[in-house]
Design a protein around this ligand. Structure first.
Ligand code: AMP
Ligand code: MG
Length: 347
């Protein structure tokens, strides 16, 4: 199957993509978080193709994407006041809400779970396509399972070439990490996966917001099945370095001095010059900035792109700085820890 990239789609092309989705073909769709691998969320055979194209474990459920909160009505059996409040406040946006599913939603979408995950993306072109499709679109990130998520159409093409029919190219995703996934119980919200909407943002509208215990204690079984799998990993052997700023710098400079393999140091704009100087005589060291420590959103935006770049450069070892886990930092550190297979060096 040839994979066609469509940029600046005409109305006819959008209709053609909507029709392809309704008819069970795979179309990669842009969103504000990462690129999704879309399929008709009411068609189990279409969703089977997602699992095959990605090599995704079959018990990892999919998020159904809708153009507005009205569209969820046939897909769920109840919407609590808190769930409605979350939708009214954060949709369209990077918040996924799991709700009790109706019979219309195939078990294939939920991995057999009684709840379905729903999201309305804050991306006009994506919503225009969802509107035209007229069915919910199941869309996990459009990467081969386990690899860093794609934030450009070119990333999708790299992983999905000849596996899917179309990629709708709308440039770089503006957020760069996936949505926050929550479960709602009466007036309590449980965060199953940290993401684009922070705990503090949720606390502004709901009195009780907690992390799923699996996000606090690594030995507990996560409620979002996908959270248990190795994820986001570059090909290199990656480690996170954690500690106070001067100890981390000292450790990384030591690695730069002693390494004779192709090694990447992932740092921030504020520290890049220092590591560039430390590595000026070593061609095997690549110093890459994830963004500015003063602007954690920039780190979220660049994260997957930099991990993919390490693969392109053929890097064998990666040492990354760690970040404050407040705000969007929670999602950044969740992705970095998983990318590093939880290998953390405390200095
Ligand atoms: P992705 O496919 O990368 O967008 O990830 C979707 C995330 O949402 C995974 O971690 C899934 O396990 C989680 N998820 C999807 N549906 C449900 C559900 N019904 N209950 C709990 N977690 C879910
Ligand atoms: Mg994913």
């Amino acid at each position: 199957m040839d994979t066609q990239i469509i940029t600046n789609p005409s109305d006819q092309e959008l209709d053609m993509l909507a029709c392809a989705l309704r008819n069970g073909e795979l179309v990669s769709i842009p969103t504000e978080t990462v690129y999704g691998l879309g399929a008709n969320g009411l068609d189990p055979e279409a969703m089977d193709k997602i699992y095959i194209a990605k090599g995704r474990p079959s018990d990892n459920p999919l998020i159904l994407h809708v153009p507005n909160s009205e569209s969820i009505k046939p897909l769920v059996t109840e919407v609590s006041n808190t769930a409605q409040l979350l939708m009214d406040t954060f949709w369209p946006g990077p918040l996924t809400i799991t709700l009790p599913k109706s019979d219309l939603v195939p078990d294939r979408a939920t991995g057999g779970l009684p709840r379905v995950a729903l999201r309305c993306p804050d991306h006009e072109l994506c919503r225009a396509l969802l509107e035209r499709a007229g069915v919910p679109i199941a869309a996990p990130s459009a990467n081969i399972s386990g690899r860093p998520s794609p934030t450009t159409a070119q990333d999708v093409y790299h992983d999905m070439k000849d596996r899917i029919s179309y990629i709708l190219d709308a440039g770089s995703c503006t957020i760069g990490v996936e949505s926050t996934v929550v479960e709602v119980h009466d007036d309590k919200v449980i965060i199953l996966r940290p993401g684009g909407i922070t705990k503090a943002q949720l606390e502004d509208v709901v009195s009780t917001v907690e992390y799923d215990t699996a996000l606090v204690n690594a030995t507990t079984k996560p409620k979002a099945p996908g959270m248990k799998y190795k994820h986001y990993a570059p090909k290199a052997d990656m480690k996170l370095v954690r500690g106070n700023e001067s100890d981390v710098s000292k450790y990384l400079k030591g690695q730069i001095k002693n390494s004779d393999r192709l090694t990447a140091v992932l740092t921030v704009d504020e520290h890049k010059d220092m590591f560039d100087t430390a590595s000026s005589e070593k061609s095997n060291i690549k110093v890459l900035s994830l963004g500015s420590s003063k602007n954690p959103e920039s780190i979220a935006y660049n994260l997957f792109d930099i991990l993919r770049k390490c693969d392109e450069l053929g890097v064998e070892y990666i040492f990354s700085e760690s970040f404050d886990e407040r705000g969007i930092g929670k999602a950044i550190m969740n992705r970095l820890k998983k990318a590093a297979g939880f290998e953390i060096i405390d200095v």
